[in-house]
Design a binder for this molecule. Structure first.
Ligand SMILES: [Zn+2]
Length: 481
């Protein structure tokens, strides 16, 4: 970093601290410090797999096992049977959950498809890997899990949707075959089954993804499965619902309970389709006699708003989509099945999707990788040195946006946005996040902000030059300077 840049950083930090301390009090001061930190994290990090991978093998490791990751796009955890949903959306996932470890409180690091998957594959927070929008590419300097698996001798294959997990964004790194010419599980699962059938004697790392139940909702095989027969509301003529595009009847306000139920029925229909195909895949692993030598991780990359009303918005409009920092959009499904851990287990500690990659490396007996910021989930399952919280971030899609942050513990959800509207919810007593108690709980807010700062900063790592002056400028612009 040259002297001018150091001086610039100092000036901005000083300005933020000085002004903030007078005007906005302690918790906002921490937030201002956090804003200044963002561009310090635009780092080039030269990481080499063999030098950065420390051997690590535990009693839970299985070096002969295959590894399968299944990503169910946009699946809200609370719309699954094994998490208590009233509809029979997931008979197959329920069956698998009974033979697995289920994490009841798992949260995504960003509620947007590409950044969330990047956090999963790099085990980094969104502000650390910097891929904050669907159209951005993963920084080449970061190693993703598939590259490590390939380096360790696995056949690496993926059958995924297009768009936000397209190989062009960098997700194909390390894969010998990355088939992203699909949308739904009804395409990716049959291809995956076919590949496994022909390669079942090899040791493989397989990534499967499908866009059910991402919008548009209800276009699949179970479109009418949950719809009320007598429904006569605004969507009656529409088999397929696309809430965030407003191309159908405007869904943004004044919807009746029946209208919202209809949207949910269509969303749930797509969950049922994902469930059907995933069930088919699991049955094939059993038929091929490799289920018991496979480490299986199933997760959703984020959830979805389905007509909820946010207290922060005065308009009282019904909310849809998934670019927010509330439980509806961040609470994810996370199921882990591995031959060396006795099941079933229910884990209530808060965990994160950045924990998936370190878990895979331990369970496959590969090692610990220095770039990974998550922790192996075995630490949680067996209650070893685990701090139970999850951090999520969001960058609103508007000019001069500043990163928004959220910290979730078992008890609390804190959200801080660029308009300085601090939200704090008591998730044990208010899990719908209807009563913001941030103003009267400043100490808790400060503690959670401190937890964020401590966790996301690279306190103990060597910091190199910023990636480029263009990137620095861009980051400053995003910070509003
Ligand atoms: Zn997604």
């Amino acid at each position: 970093m040259n002297r001018l840049k150091v001086f610039l950083v100092f000036l901005i930090v000083f300005e933020l601290v000085f002004i903030s301390s007078f005007i906005i009090g302690k918790s906002k001061l921490l937030y201002a410090l956090y804003k200044a930190e963002i561009f310090l994290k635009v780092l080039e990090r030269n990481i080499n797999i063999s030098q950065s991978l420390k051997p690590y093998y535990t009693e839970y490791s299985c070096r002969d096992c295959n590894v399968v990751l299944i990503s169910i796009d946009t699946l809200r955890a609370d719309h699954t049977g094994f998490m208590g949903y009233f509809r029979n959306t997931t008979p197959n996932l329920d069956r698998i959950a009974k033979e697995s470890i289920v994490f009841n409180n798992a949260f995504a690091q960003m509620a947007i498809t590409a950044p969330s998957h990047t956090s999963i594959f790099t085990s980094l927070y969104a502000s650390q890997h910097g891929q904050l929008r669907n159209e951005l590419k993963i920084n080449d300097k970061f190693i993703i899990l598939s590259e490590i698996m390939k380096a360790k001798g696995y056949e690496t294959v993926a059958f995924v949707g297009d768009g936000a997990v397209d190989g062009i964004l960098g997700f194909s790194k390390g894969f010998e075959l990355y088939d992203d010419g699909n949308v739904h599980f009804s395409e990716t699962i049959p291809k995956a089954i076919n590949w496994v059938e022909n390669n079942k004697h090899k040791k493989f790392f397989l990534f499967i993804h499908g866009y059910e139940p991402h919008e548009p909702y209800g276009g699949g095989e179970f479109s009418g499965a949950f719809v009320e027969e007598n429904y006569s509301g605004v969507f009656k003529e529409y088999d397929v619902i696309v809430p965030t595009l407003d191309i159908l009847p405007p869904v943004s306000q004044n919807l009746s309970k029946e209208d919202i139920d209809y949207v949910k029925a269509k969303y749930d229909a797509d969950i049922k389709q994902a469930d059907k195909y995933i069930g088919m895949f699991i049955d094939k692993l059993k038929e091929f006699d490799i289920y018991n030598k496979t480490i299986l991780v199933m997760f959703s990359d984020h959830g979805e708003f389905l007509g909820e009303i946010l207290i922060r918005e005065k308009s009282k409009k019904n909310h849809f989509g998934h670019h927010d920092l509330y439980d509806e959009t961040l609470h994810q499904v996370l199921i882990l099945k591995t031959p060396k851990i006795e099941f079933p287990k229910r884990i209530y500690d808060v965990v994160s999707s950045i924990d998936i990659a370190p878990t895979v490396l331990e369970l496959a007996g590969i090692g610990k990788f220095s770039q990974f910021n998550g922790k192996s989930l075995t630490d949680v399952v067996f209650a070893k040195n685990h701090e139970s919280f999850s951090i999520s971030e969001s960058l609103p899609d508007k000019p001069n946006s500043v990163l928004e942050i959220s910290v979730r513990t078992f008890k609390w959800r804190l959200i801080i946005r660029d308009d300085n509207f601090i939200e704090l919810y008591d998730m044990e007593n208010d899990n719908k996040q209807m009563k913001n108690i941030g103003e009267s709980n400043k100490e808790i807010v400060d503690n959670l902000v401190n937890l964020y700062l401590k966790t996301v900063n690279y306190e103990n790592e060597k910091i190199s030059e910023p990636a480029s002056s263009d990137k620095l400028t861009e980051n400053l612009r995003q910070l509003g300077y």
